[in-house]
Design a protein around this ligand. Structure first.
Ligand SMILES: [Mg+2]
Length: 380
């Protein structure tokens, strides 16, 4: 696997170099060229961004992890349950928004583990659900017969009785009509069963998506037919709520899962069987540790693999998040070497620590979190 860490020119004009930390870092890495013994995982929504706007001094905080030439010095990844776009596209967007060089390998999204299911469903018909470009995400992972739920639903006349009342779907239908001539003949949706549904990102049209997913799931993948065995359904995360620019939290994919499951279990004799990925599952944090390890091995030529005897790659890995039940719970469940830092720029807004999932450290912003980490690591 190749990594493209520094594909974008460093933006001299946007660089702000905090004197204290650039001094500390230059001392640290010029005196010894060994790898740092720590890495950082940043949640995005509510920590780095609110909607598409940086929050908590995130651009300045991230720039401290690069040297003056824009070369990454400290291994970090974005560890988000969000998604909807291929990792390369998301990395480019983050680079633009934050003014630093973000590699696709540094972007770990909720749906990234779907890549591991390619072997199982590579040539099967699968449906991808959610905002953004869910089918493009799955195609890039290697799924060869994937349709977005927009494309799939539009093949079935009258499948959504509310469609005539959804003014925005008129525009969507005209777009799909122009795209369908080439894509639809690839899949005979009336005879080929959908083998799996993937909820890639937050669903947009809940009523249509719940209707069509119930059709797929209760008929064995052929809407309008008799009851059949349930195809697989995978969710990229199970977040009940998340923070955007609106003052209070918004309903997330976990809320959609509850709605779908509740309805499916009323219209079908057997309960919905499903699989959820994303934080707080420890496998997500283990994978992040592995990715940070590979990232660091590319940054430091003198890297020595310390993982013999199954020793941890890092002394400390910092998880900076805004959601106690997702970011903090996940880091704590995974255990050493994870250290959790809770910010107040997103879901969590409390004065003290969270009652149920207390973090190792609570700060106001991501900039304060990076201040803490660099001061602690560079003094040790
Ligand atoms: Mg968040």
């Amino acid at each position: 696997m190749s990594y493209h860490l520094l594909t974008k020119a460093w933006r001299q004009g946007q660089a702000r170099k905090p004197i204290a930390f650039s001094y500390i870092l230059s001392r640290t890495f010029s005196h010894r060229s060994q790898r740092p013994s720590f890495g950082i995982a940043f949640d995005i929504d509510g920590v780095i961004l609110l909607g598409n706007s940086p929050v908590g001094g995130s651009p300045a905080a991230l720039r401290r992890l690069y040297d003056a030439t824009g070369r990454l010095k400290i291994p970090f990844v974005f560890l988000t349950n969000g998604g909807g776009f291929p990792e390369a596209k998301r990395a480019f967007e983050l680079s633009e928004l934050l003014g630093v060089n973000v590699s696709p390998s540094q972007v770990l999204q909720g749906h990234s583990p779907f890549r591991e299911l390619v072997k199982r469903f590579e040539n099967e018909l699968v449906v991808a659900v959610g905002k953004g470009e869910p089918a493009a995400v799955m195609s890039e992972y290697g799924f060869k017969n994937v349709l977005s739920i927009d494309e799939y639903a539009s093949c079935f006349e009258n499948i959504d009785p509310l469609a005539p009342y959804k003014k925005w779907t008129t525009k969507l239908a005209s777009i799909l009509d122009t795209e369908f001539d080439e894509s639809i003949p690839k899949h005979d949706v009336f005879s080929k069963r959908v083998q799996a549904a993937f909820i890639v990102s937050d669903p947009v049209d809940w009523s249509r998506d719940i209707q069509v997913l119930c059709d797929i799931l209760r008929t064995g993948g052929l809407p309008g037919r008799n009851v059949g065995s349930q195809p697989h359904i995978y969710f990229a995360n199970d977040d009940l709520e998340y923070q955007t620019k609106f003052p209070s939290e918004r309903l997330g994919m976990g809320a959609f899962r509850i709605a779908l499951e509740s309805i499916f279990n009323r219209v079908h004799p057997h309960s919905l069987e499903y699989t959820c990925f994303g934080k707080p599952h420890p496998s997500v944090f283990k994978n992040a540790e592995f990715v940070l390890h590979k990232l660091e091995s590319l940054l430091y030529d003198d890297f020595d693999d310390l993982n013999h005897n199954n020793a941890p790659y890092f002394k400390t890995l910092y998880m900076i998040g805004d959601n106690p039940a997702v970011d903090i719970k996940g880091a704590q469940q995974t255990g050493h070497p994870w250290f959790s830092i809770l910010t107040r720029t997103g879901v969590f807004k409390g004065k003290e620590n969270h009652d149920k999932f207390p973090a190792d450290l609570v700060v106001n912003t991501v900039e304060e979190a990076v201040d803490y980490i660099l001061a602690k690591e560079c003094a040790s």
